[in-house]
Design a binder for this molecule. Structure first.
Ligand code: C2E
Ligand code: MG
Ligand code: MG
Ligand code: MG
Length: 281
């Protein structure tokens, strides 16, 4: 039976990936109809402070529950959405999904909790960006959450003209994080040029902690740099207690990863928070 099951799963997987390949021909239409048919949803991954491990916020991550292909991860559609000029409708939809979760989120997250939202550069440069953001802000419970826009280091590099846009974002009371730090081709110059609030260290560096006898010299340099620039640091992809301990000892401020929680729907998040046992102080 397990062989048959294996075969069945194998065939399904092949069909699914075939479907995803086919989608490359018309991903645009698929995304738009996916929005209309409510196939996108948001999962939340808690972020904890590294000392007492209390939850201080969560990152919104988009999911696509495709009727044929199943759960499609964001890496497989965000790029298409950008290329097809669909990132604006998709992000507007994301904003609505986030706003719909907000009331329940308030029962889980403390006042001032940070909500991380990934922003694609294609949207930042769209003419409607400021209006979209203002509408999003107005749709959230007034003054409860602190929004943090996450922009990847790779995208940040293209943002030579972004200084005034970043200023505008800050004027709206929104913070900015440089995401996946360490995977771009060094945006060091931008760290001085822009005021960035958070530095999210890519999980590639976190992975290596505890598996190697020597710490990555790059990670070491990144932590020293963040410290010198007075930036608040977040480690993503924390999977083991050893990694958490190491990062805490090195002064990393916030931790995020499977060790604490997988990304969860808002309902699952409520249950997770209720059942959570914090270590004794
Ligand atoms: P990201 O912003 O760096 O998000 C973190 C990714 O790492 C998420 O993958 C998350 O599920 C995964 N992750 C978290 N903890 C762990 C861990 O302990 N171990 C491992 N192996 N992985 C972990 P996900 O949800 O597949 O998202 C991938 C990327 O897609 C995100 O990377 C982000 O750049 C992009 N993305 C996701 N949602 C959105 C969105 O709404 N808008 C835009 N523009 N991009 C999005
Ligand atoms: Mg992110
Ligand atoms: Mg990240
Ligand atoms: Mg990442």
């Amino acid at each position: 039976i397990s062989v048959l099951l294996g075969l069945f799963v194998g065939v399904l997987t092949t069909l699914a990936s075939g479907y995803i390949l086919n989608m490359r021909l018309q991903p645009g239409r698929e995304i738009l109809s996916g929005i209309k048919r409510n196939q996108f949803y948001v999962v939340w991954q808690p972020v904890v402070e590294s000392g007492k491990l209390r939850v201080t916020g969560a990152e919104a991550l988009l999911r696509w529950k495709h009727p044929q292909a199943g759960a499609i991860p964001p890496d497989a559609f965000i790029g298409y959405a950008e290329a097809q000029d669909l990132i604006v409708p998709l992000t507007r939809h994301l904003f609505k999904l986030i706003a719909a979760d907000a009331t329940t989120l308030q029962t889980v997250l403390p006042p001032g909790a940070k909500l991380g939202v990934n922003i694609a550069p294609g949207h930042m440069h769209a003419p409607s960006f400021k209006d979209d953001v203002l509408r999003f802000l107005a749709s959230l419970p007034h003054g409860y959450f602190q929004l943090v826009f996450e922009i990847t280091e790779r995208d940040m590099l293209k943002e030579t003209e972004a200084a005034s846009l970043f200023d505008w974002i800050h004027q709206q009371g929104i913070e900015i994080a440089i995401d996946d730090f360490g995977t771009g081709h060094s945006a060091l110059i931008y760290l001085e040029k822009f005021t960035l609030d958070f530095l999210k260290i890519d999980r590639g560096f976190i992975n290596a902690i505890g598996t190697e006898t020597v710490t990555s010299p790059v990670l070491d340099a990144v932590l020293t740099l963040a410290n010198k620039l007075n930036m608040t640091t977040v480690a993503e992809g924390v999977e083991t207690p050893e990694q958490a301990k190491w990062l805490r000892a090195r002064g990393v401020n916030y931790l995020q990863g499977y060790l604490f929680s997988y990304p969860l729907t808002v309902r699952e998040l409520v249950i997770w928070q209720r059942n959570r046992v914090l270590p004794e102080e």
